[in-house]
Design a protein around this ligand. Structure first.
Ligand SMILES: *[C@@H]1O[C@H](CO)[C@@H](O)[C@H](O)[C@H]1NC(C)=O
Ligand SMILES: *[C@@H]1O[C@H](CO)[C@@H](O)[C@H](O)[C@H]1NC(C)=O
Ligand SMILES: *[C@@H]1O[C@H](CO)[C@@H](O)[C@H](O)[C@H]1NC(C)=O
Ligand SMILES: *[C@@H]1O[C@H](CO)[C@@H](O)[C@H](O)[C@H]1NC(C)=O
Ligand SMILES: [Zn+2]
Length: 466
């Protein structure tokens, strides 16, 4: 999900340095030290509200969109079309003002919760690490959310347990020194088989995305040699799964601020007045950098950074995809939430050259998804289905890396819990998402095999001269 909010105080930890500190280099350094300490403050969401509303016409959509630049409004679901859910998160000090504005516009809204902290604490209890939880002792449970260290341990464990099938690759170190891991799953072929890439967790508050990617790793590894369909799939494709693109941000969502979205790099605010942390790695790719729906303000939650690929997270995807581009069958990037399956482009509503085929594949995917637990997902090109995004991974993979089948998926739910998706929905979400991904991969595999058969037929059959 790509909620836009510029400089929201609870999201962005705006720090104003005292004037005297800004004057002198030494003091400025001290200022940075203060910033780092303060920005680690624990964020308690007591009294924060989540408001839901449905704009009835395009005028109401527009009025709501005018609030996108309001630093006090954190959109969880952006207003895009009439009759579509909009969800906003507001801090206690701002909701009176916002509710006044909405009432003045004549816009009906309802309170989804008037205390987000309650949801966060329930989630913390349900997923508390190192506790009583069943499954944590027996190994790695796929129906709970795991903190960073458990995820890293799992990846190291699984690569040790399956030395013939996996390889754990280090795709770079983050700003805070965490490793960005990529797990390769291959049963042979000496790097000639088509590659399927799945990444997740580029936005740290979207916990269901890494949980789903981890489920897929386990599903593939336990299915190899026991399940005919999965064995065949692995014998014909190398899977590259990057389950947690943004470990720094993820760590922050566990320890300090559950709703943190960006990475944790210190943005180049020097020597400005505002210093904020975090660059949105999904606005940091070299494709329409700085275009619609990006921000140049370091405090914005969609801050693009000062140059493309300035960040370890976007660079990790770039390097991995670039090295595999000639054999990449399909690319998938997982986000939450809204229940959407999308293809490029995000920066324009003009149809891509592969529009028709993309829509065929997406239609098959969402119907496979729905067949598992009955959940409906919408599909379409992302600028139309969601809203404009520039500098994003899926557009870059399609346009620049030249991977024809590039998909981005917004997982569950449709707004009831949003980023705080209950634990009970992890497995169902993972299962249905795998159904969608495997459907697309199988379809593309069949298509390639048919094409190969056709070329070998034409080359061996003498063509009569007319
Ligand atoms: C958050 O603040 C509320 C009210 O002050 C308090 O009751 C609650 O214990 C706090 N939660 C945490 C995790 O600190
Ligand atoms: C890995 O492959 C080798 C050679 O094919 C085989 O001898 C060995 O048992 C395999 N190891 C595991 C853990 O499957
Ligand atoms: C695998 O590929 C490399 C280079 O592409 C080659 O040197 C090597 O001999 C190949 N190994 C096998 C087992 O085919
Ligand atoms: C709107 O949100 C509610 C939950 O708040 C959900 O039940 C409903 O399905 C959503 N509608 C759409 C069209 O997404
Ligand atoms: Zn996202």
């Amino acid at each position: 999900m790509n909620g836009v909010n510029i400089g929201t105080n609870f999201q962005n930890e705006v720090r104003e340095l005292p004037f005297s500190l800004r004057m002198c280099g030494h003091f400025l350094f001290l200022g940075f030290a203060i910033l780092i300490i303060q920005s680690k403050a624990f964020q308690n969401f007591t009294g924060h509200k989540l408001l839901g509303m449905v704009p009835r016409n395009s005028a109401e959509v527009k009025t709501l969109r005018d609030l996108l630049e309001d630093p006090e409004v954190d959109f969880w679901m952006e207003p895009t079309h009439e009759l579509q859910n909009v969800t906003v998160h507001v801090a206690p000090e701002s909701h009176r003002k916002l509710e006044g504005k909405l009432r003045n516009m004549g816009l009906h809204y309802h309170t989804i919760t008037d205390n987000l902290e309650e949801w966060i604490e329930r989630e913390r209890e349900e997923n508390y690490p190192g506790s009583h939880l069943e499954g944590r002792d027996a190994g790695f449970a796929f129906d709970v959310y795991h903190p960073l260290d458990e995820i890293v341990n799992y990846l190291e464990d699984v690569s040790r347990k399956h030395p013939n099938l996996t390889k754990l690759l280090n795709m770079g170190d983050t700003y805070e020194g965490n490793v960005i891991y990529l797990l390769k799953i291959s049963s042979g072929g000496n790097d000639t088989r088509p590659a399927v890439w799945v990444d997740a967790g580029i936005h740290s508050r979207e916990w269901i995305a890494p949980a789903t990617a981890l489920y897929m790793i386990n599903h593939l590894l336990t299915g190899y040699g026991t399940d005919r369909y999965l064995t065949d799939l692995i014998d014909h494709n190398d899977f590259y799964i990057l389950p947690l693109v943004n470990p720094d941000g993820y760590l922050h969502t566990w320890g300090w601020n559950r709703l943190w979205r960006k990475n944790r790099a210190i943005a180049n605010g020097f020597p400005g007045v505002l210093i904020c942390r975090g660059i949105d790695p999904n606005r940091n790719f070299d494709i329409f950098f700085g275009g619609p729906s990006t921000s140049s303000t370091p405090c914005s939650s969609i801050y693009k950074g000062d140059k493309p690929f300035s960040e370890a997270e976007s660079s990790a995807i770039r390097d991995g995809v670039m090295s595999l581009r000639h054999r990449m069958r399909a690319y998938f990037t997982l986000h939450s939430f809204s229940q959407l399956w999308m293809t490029p482009h995000g920066y324009t509503t003009l149809k891509s050259p592969d529009f028709n085929e993309h829509m065929d594949l997406l239609r098959m995917a969402v119907s496979a998804v729905e067949s598992i637990h009955g959940q409906k997902y919408k599909y379409g090109p992302s600028a139309e289905t969601l809203y404009a995004t520039s500098g994003s991974a899926s557009d870059w993979v399609y346009d620049i890396a030249g991977v024809r089948y590039s998909f981005s998926v917004e997982l569950r739910d449709r707004g009831a819990f949003g980023f705080l998706l209950p634990r009970t929905e992890i497995l169902p979400t993972s299962e249905e998402t795998w159904a969608g991904i495997s459907t697309i991969v199988s379809r593309l595999q069949t298509k390639d095999e048919d094409a190969k058969k056709r070329t070998s037929t034409t080359s061996t059959t003498p063509v009569p001269r007319a």
